[in-house]
Design a binder for this molecule. Structure first.
Ligand code: ADP
Length: 444
């Protein structure tokens, strides 16, 4: 027990004892000591009860309890209660200060921040940027249903996704269609959601500029390259013997540049169109075409096989899918030493979708390179890629095409054993195959 409390407790006991002794003395004086003691005890009890009632009343009325000038246990109790109150007040002030600071910070953020009540999907709070980016106004939109307050945006469908809702990318702001927004939903408690809207107009503008720049440069390079290529063709067979190796190298390099320009243009085109055409891609003819191309590239150096085990076609952009699959096959040919095997397989997968895989018994890829393989110009071995006529853009094209078709690329590889590149398509990208007598076979 701290000194202050011990002293208060001693004072209280001494006073009580003195009071009882006084009662006893007065009792003795009138010849009735027990009566005197009992009376003094009763008075002491009554006084304690009255003081306790006073303390309880003041606590109930949220008033300060007796000034802590008394030195007995009641004084100590009063000062303890007073200290507790002072601490609570200080804590509340600190919390309020923090809350105000957070609110001010949230209010001045350039991104729109909205707090949404999860069950009713009503707006609880929003910051100033929400007015600029989403057209919300206090007090009009406070408590308004979110779907109504942001009516032009596809809110209802998006909110239905709840915790799993994918971010909404590049949507037009209800205030100004030129303002492009990214929306994210963060369920941060059981009852509340945080909705973040970010102005990405500038980013998108820069992205467009980058894309246009690459597309324009590639386009501009195409004409001079065609001319150079043409002249080199003209010289074919007419050059003096000593300059033959020189011209052969020039031809190889100009062909490489042409392939590079073509791949860059393909990538720009793919980046430009978000939604691929939704046409039927007949797989038997596509697979046969791919095999013919691979055989031509291999020139008899590999054993190339085809396995068509899915009785359906794909839905999407035939030209882009052909370009993606042919990149995988040309990689398999280029990175598999002579005598190796290549298997092109189209099959149904477990979730009802389809998968096209290219398996080779080639050089394989060390695991640490796999995550970065689809980046532009990423190569495991630059010299081997160049020697075999690679541009470093093949897998970037594959990734883009698959992304547009809602598909994904899975790469498995063991160095020295071989690789499998698998394109997985969801069920909605498959169609029952058409036969001569009509539609047949399994499908989505
Ligand atoms: P490149 O034109 O260089 O082949 P890609 O984007 O098609 O560019 O491939 C990127 C890199 O991935 C290649 O440089 C190569 O190192 C590796 N790679 C791709 N496919 C295979 C494969 N079937 N076997 C071994 N390595 C591969």
């Amino acid at each position: 027990m701290p000194d202050l409390l011990r002293a208060a407790w001693t004072t209280t006991l001494l006073r009580l004892l003195a009071w009882l002794a006084l009662g006893l003395a007065l009792g003795l004086a009138v010849g009735r000591p027990w009566a005197g003691l009992a009376l003094a005890a009763l008075v002491a009890l009554g006084w304690q009860a009255r003081t306790l009632r006073g303390v309880l009343r003041r606590l109930d009325a949220r008033q300060r309890v007796t000034p802590p000038s008394r030195r007995d246990a009641w004084g100590a109790l009063a000062s303890l209660i007073d200290r507790g109150h002072a601490e609570t007040r200080a804590r509340r002030r600190r919390l309020l200060g923090l809350l105000r600071a957070y609110r001010t910070a949230a209010a001045t953020l350039p991104d729109a921040i909205l707090v949404v009540e999860r069950n009713s999907q009503r707006l609880v709070w929003f910051n100033e940027a929400s007015t600029r980016l989403l057209g919300l106004h206090y007090p009009r939109d406070r408590d308004a249903p979110l779907a109504k307050a942001l009516a032009p945006l596809p809110m209802a469908r998006w909110l239905a996704g709840g915790r799993n809702a994918e971010p909404l990318r590049d949507v037009a702001s209800p205030v100004d269609p030129a303002l492009r927004l990214d929306l994210r939903l963060l369920p941060y408690s059981d009852d509340l959601w945080l909705l973040l809207a970010r102005d990405v107009s500038r980013l998108l503008h820069l992205e467009h500029m980058r894309r246009d720049f690459v597309a324009n440069v590639s386009h501009e390079l195409r004409t001079p390259l065609t001319v150079i290529h043409g002249y080199l063709e003209l010289l074919d067979g007419q050059e003096p013997a000593e300059s033959a190796p020189l011209l052969a190298e020039m031809r190889r390099q100009s062909e490489r540049m042409t392939r590079l320009v073509e791949d860059l243009m393909t990538l720009s085109r793919l980046e430009g169109n978000e939604q691929p055409p939704d046409e039927r891609v007949p797989m038997p003819s596509l697979l046969a075409h791919l095999i013919r191309e691979a055989e031509a590239l291999s020139a008899g150096r590999h054993r190339i096989r085809e396995e068509d085990a899915a009785a359906f076609d794909l839905r999407g952009a035939a030209r882009d899918l052909h370009s993606a699959f042919s990149n995988l096959l040309s990689n398999a040919v280029r990175y598999t030493p002579e005598g190796g095997e290549i298997l092109l397989r189209f099959a149904r997968n477990a979730d009802g979708g389809a998968e096209l895989s290219v398996r080779d018994t080639g050089t394989g890829i060390p695991a640490e390179h796999l995550p970065r393989l689809t980046e532009r110009f990423y190569r495991v071995s630059t010299s081997r890629s160049r020697d075999t006529g690679g541009t470093g853009l093949g897998l970037a094209i594959v990734k883009h095409v698959l992304g547009q078709h809602g598909a994904c690329l899975v790469i498995e590889s063991t160095p020295g054993v071989g690789s499998v590149f698998t394109c997985r398509f969801p069920p909605e990208r498959t169609l029952p195959r058409e036969t001569a007598s009509g539609t047949a076979g399994a499908g989505a």
